[in-house]
Write a protein that binds this ligand. Structure first.
Ligand SMILES: Cc1cc2nc3c(=O)[nH]c(=O)nc-3n(C[C@H](O)[C@H](O)[C@H](O)COP(=O)(O)O)c2cc1C
Length: 213
């Protein structure tokens, strides 16, 4: 039995394409694996706070050295990290905003990148070495984009979304990441329809492949 963490980050509701696609993913998943459990968090409608000075001080202090104020400053982050670590699979819906990710998803990342919880840092005396502590997980990221940034296209170099997400989750130890891009959404009715059909097919293929493992 596996546990899934499902996050949405579009501030839009029913009109959100990334939400529609993660919902479709979860519906297919629960049909294929009815015994699995799912935790859902809606960052688009209920964003987590930005980290602040007390948060930073708390995250660098050992739990014993934290004052009650610092413990309180890191409490939500501890809860988010517990939730993150409890999952075997991640399904995240993330729109492209201004060539990158929405601020609410960045705020979430800042909350869960935590020394000695999701990331170990060793000082070699000659620089720092980082080791991701989040191992043996699989992640699926569904993006929604007006335009097309796929490799080989004119604007591929402007994609700061997929490369950033791959890099930051790899820092945490997660290397098995599948991207499903619903792109070209502003490219006209036909392009949009084709893109959504492709995304639906990629969702089915991903789940069917797991089913045969
Ligand atoms: C503030 C904002 C910034 C956006 N920036 C980009 C962008 O840089 N590139 C792009 O292709 N689409 C961009 N879009 C379009 C969205 O990615 C697109 O509408 C997508 O469907 C939004 O996700 P959602 O449908 O899940 O809400 C932007 C939309 C908004 C509201």
């Amino acid at each position: 039995m596996a546990h899934i963490l499902h996050l949405d980050s579009s501030p839009r509701g029913d009109r959100s394409i990334s939400r529609q696609l993660t919902k479709r993913f979860i519906t297919s998943w629960t049909k294929a694996f009815p015994e699995d459990s799912i935790t859902y968090r809606d960052l688009g409608h209920y964003p987590v706070p930005f980290i602040d000075e007390n948060w930073i001080a708390a995250s660098f202090a050992s739990p014993e050295a934290r004052t009650p104020e610092l413990t309180a400053a890191i409490a939500l982050s501890d809860q988010l990290v517990d939730e993150f670590l409890a999952a075997d699979y991640y399904i995240f819906g993330i729109p492209m905003y201004n060539l990158s990710i929405p601020a609410n998803f960045k705020a979430y990342i800042d909350q869960i990148v935590r020394i000695n919880r999701t990331l170990a840092v060793k000082d070699t005396g000659n620089g720092l070495i980082y080791e991701g502590l989040v191992k043996h997980k699989k992640m699926v990221i569904v993006t929604a984009r007006s335009d097309n940034y796929r490799s080989g296209t004119a604007y591929a170099y402007q994609d700061f979304q997929e490369p950033y997400l791959r890099a930051i989750f790899e820092v945490l130890g997660i290397t098995d990441i599948t991207f499903i891009h619903a792109d070209n959404l502003a490219g006209g009715a036909e392009a949009r329809q084709q893109s959504l059909a492709n995304a639906h097919a990629e969702i089915q293929t991903f789940i069917a492949a797991l089913k045969t493992q």
